[in-house]
Write a protein that binds this ligand. Structure first.
Ligand code: DGP
Length: 115
C-alpha cells in the first residue's frame, strides 16, 4: 500500500504543493499549527527517521536545503522558524513517511511543552 504522502507525491491525492523536484515534494500541512506550515517529504518512501539509510544522506540534506529555500520564499527566514521531524510513537509521528515540518510566521513558544 502506498503511503498517504506517496499518493500526494504522485498527485493522486490533492494537496497544495509548493515545491517538487526529482527527489522531494513540499506541500502545505492540512492542519497548520502556524501561519506557515509546510511538509517536506522524500519522493521515495522512508518510513521514519530511524529508517534513513546511510545512502540517503544526500537526499536528507536536500530536504533541508529545500526547507531553507521555502522559508526564504515564504518570508519567514529572517525572524526564524522551526524544523521538526517526529519519529514513531513517542515522537508523535502520525504519517509513516519521513517528513520535515517547516513551521513559522509567528513566535512558536517552547520547543517541548512542560510535563
Ligand atoms: P506527524 O505527526 O509528524 O506524522 O505529522 C503528520 C502531519 O501530516 C500532520 O501535521 C497533518 C499532516 N497531514 C496528514 N494528512 C494529510 C493530508 O492528507 N494532506 C496534508 N496536506 N497534510 C496531511
Amino acid at each position: 500500500m502506498p503511503t498517504l504522502f506517496e499518493r500526494i507525491v504522485a498527485r493522486e491525492l490533492p494537496a497544495d504543493i509548493v515545491h517538487q523536484d526529482d527527489r522531494v515534494t513540499a506541500f502545505r500541512d492540512i492542519h497548520p499549527r502556524a501561519p506557515v506550515h509546510i511538509l517536506v517529504v522524500p519522493n521515495k518512501p522512508i518510513a521514519t527517521a530511524d529508517d534513513i539509510d546511510d545512502s540517503d544522506e544526500a537526499l536528507v540534506g536536500h530536504m533541508f536545503t529545500v526547507a531553507r529555500d521555502l522559508a526564504r520564499r515564504e518570508g519567514i527566514a529572517a525572524n526564524g522558524y522551526r524544523l521538526i521531524i517526529n519519529c514513531r510513537e513517542h515522537g508523535g509521528q502520525e504519517v509513516y513517511h519521513l517528513h520535515v515540518h517547516l513551521v513559522g510566521g509567528a513566535p512558536l513558544g517552547p520547543m517541548i511543552s512542560a510535563r
